[in-house]
Design a protein around this ligand. Sequence first.
Ligand code: ASP
Length: 584
Amino acid sequence: MLRTHTCGELRLDHVNQEVRLAGWVQRVRNKGGLIWVDLRDRYGLTQLIFEEDSSEKALLEKAAELGREFVVQATGKVIERTSKNDKIPTGSIEIKVTALEVLNAAKVPPFIIEDETDGGDELRMKYRYLDLRRNVVREKLQLRHKMMQETRKYMDAQDFIEVETPVLIKSTPEGARDFVVPSRTNPGEFYALPQSPQTFKQLLMVSGFDRYFQIVKCFRDEDLRADRQPEFTQIDCEMAFVDQEDILNTFEGLTKHLFKNVKGVELEEVKRMTYADAMKFYGNDKPDVRFDMKFVELNELAQGKGFSIFDSAELVVGICAKGAAEYTRKQLDALTDWVKRPQIGAKGMVYAKYNADGTIKSTVDKFFSADDLQDWADAFGATQGDLMLILSGDADKVRKQLSELRLKMGEDLGLRDRSIFKPLWVMDFPLLEWDEETARFHAMHHPFTSPKKEDMALLDTDPGAVRANAYDLVINGVEIGGGSIRIHDRATQQLMFKHLGFSEEEAQKQFGFLMEAFEYGAPPHGGIAFGFDRLCAIFGGSDSIRDYIAFPKNNSGRDVMIDSPSSIADEQLKELSIQLAVKS
Ligand code: ASP
């Protein structure tokens, strides 16, 4: 070993011991006859000291030449520091160096490699391997590591078998575009990278594996956001001979296990809400239930009083922000502008303040009497000091807008505390979702999801009303996982494809293998997948999943460190029988 100890290990107990450390030079402070060097490795920081009186001259000169990020090996004696640093665990000692070897010199790094850095995002992405030297970045990956180990521990203890499934496959529809890989040996044919291992895990159930899991990379070609990456990781699971309740319990168990063993948090029971209620009361299928502020519908109270904007609206709906009546006119104008931004798209906002003196003041006093406003307040459960915010218009749109406003108010009022975790099962999702663009129904989860038995008859008459045995796990307003009980017989699966607009030939070509498998004794089964990167981000208290991925892509899907995607040689294109329609 090139070292006897790590840079995070030495304490007063080690005083007088001869030690040898190796690591990176974080900082050099040169006071002429006295030089201090902070030596860093993954475990911590240790101070080296070189003194003119006792160190040889050559040694001191060598130390003076050290630059940031040089890799060095230092041998010396542990001594007690005169002025201690209680901010770091090794702060009571330093190493009086007797021999120094530069193992490798380093160019001046493009940004400061300390907790506080001067490097911008793009620069740090380009030199990600340097950014990863910083404690704050490395700690995020250590959290991820811990989450992975604890996941495997729990799943193994529950008799799940970890099985790897292939990466070069054909399309598994999860609602995104596929990444495709051309096949050289089959000219003109392509593999698709898995959007998830969905069909394989179902086939494993047909194989009798009974409980499968995998921590697996998935690939989806979709527009990127802070919480999306083109390749991401799932904890993917499937179980046979279970119903929805068994799956919810098993994965509530996993969630609790992770919170307890990784964060030391005892999670309360995971609450449940139907999709219909989530939409009605929060305008959102992933409500943040750390705070209440439920939607209150006001059609009955607010329509027919001569205010044409409300009268012509499909829905008049609002929220009550507790204690926000003190918002100034300026703040309220800013809030109105905020909902009118194109990203939110509201036409305007009505508000009513329940003042401390018991009066209610609204922006529509012309149309509504004091009694009318009191009725609103009663509907909201508003009391003195509260602020009622009301939007109106097309029901779907207005729910979305109010959902955004609710989240903003929650944020502004400090109700979205990152140290509080409120998980929620959202259940009974619709089976199908109407897509305006293609003017047909799509599977809301994926085409293998089973409709609720009692809703089957609606498939022909009112497909949009059919509910699925599908569920999402939401934590603090973030969708962490989703799954469903599957169809496990050929006839129903075929019927489903028909409703999704597949011709029989198309369905056969794409999913014939699965439907055939269903004819060889497929057990009832269901499963779930957790977005592992998002789960890590929630545990780490961050919005960005990128920080939890060792080598992430930027917002345009590029890896700026290795410069990918990039063009390939003409020779390679020829081998793949590919002709480009764009100039490379
Ligand atoms: N394959 C699904 C997904 O990636 C999860 C599941 O249904 O188990 O969302």
